[in-house]
Design a protein around this ligand. Structure first.
Ligand SMILES: *Cc1c(COP(=O)(O)O)cnc(C)c1O
Length: 227
């Protein structure tokens, strides 16, 4: 029971230490709590710790949690793969989608976003290490997709997200994050609403913050191992 509370406190400290290490304001790094495969009870403990933003990968699971937690003012981020038959529910229920990597999906999300809601916040997922099996666009395609996404009326392009290759040395990981930050900075110069660079997970949030992450996505470090 106490566990999640302690884990949040220690993750907050990791983020603060990592930011101060590189002279960044810790408040410039948002914490997304990745709650996939963790219970509604766990999420309630996180809410008690002041957490508002939650990331989910599986639509059905996410919808159940949203319904059960509807009384709380939470911000839900979809971070999983998007099948086009799921686009309607994603567009209706989430506040952010971090895993957009095709124009077709972006068009659907815009089309299906309820007009009474604010635009859906979008991050483009970049396959930063260009792994054959992995979701995400190639870095060379960021600019073209960004251009199209910014034309869609019910979306707001906020930045980039990436999941780097699993096995990397600390040096390689830093280089990967630095490269991604370069693409992010270029995008920011073009579009004033772009403000979010989502990179860094439990294992490597320090490296991500050192290289400019504005949002880290943490599951295991906050909630413990997933079953
Ligand atoms: C599961 C997941 C995370 C969290 O990973 P941890 O290693 O548990 O911190 C972050 N981002 C994405 C896209 C994920 O799918």
């Amino acid at each position: 029971m106490h566990d999640i509370c302690e884990r949040f406190t220690s993750t907050h400290k990791r983020i603060i230490d990592a930011a101060e290490q590189v002279d960044r304001n810790p408040r410039s790094v948002a914490l997304l709590a990745v709650s996939k495969k963790h219970s509604i009870g766990d999420i309630k403990q996180a809410i008690d710790m002041g957490q508002v933003a939650f990331g989910e990968n599986y639509l059905q699971e996410a919808l159940e949690k949203m319904a059960a937690l509807a009384q709380y003012p939470l911000e839900w981020h979809y971070i999983g793969q998007i099948q086009s038959n799921k686009a309607r529910d994603i567009a209706q229920h989430f506040h952010w989608v971090q895993s957009v990597d095709r124009l077709k999906i972006a068009q659907k999300l815009s089309q299906l976003r309820p007009t009474e809601k604010p635009p859906l916040n979008i991050l483009l997922q970049v396959n930063i290490n260009q792994e054959p099996q992995k979701a995400g666009i190639n870095p060379a395609d960021i600019e073209a997709l960004a251009k199209e996404v910014t034309k869609l009326p019910h979306l707001c392009l906020r930045g980039l997200m990436a999941i780097p290759m699993n096995i990397q040395s600390p040096t390689q990981r830093k280089a990967t994050y630095k490269e991604l930050c370069g693409y992010f900075t270029a995008l920011q110069h073009q579009y004033s609403q772009v403000d979010t660079l989502s990179m860094g997970m439990s294992q490597d949030l320090e490296a991500a913050i050192a290289e400019g992450a504005t949002m880290v996505r943490i599951g295991t470090d906050l909630f413990g191992p997933r079953s």
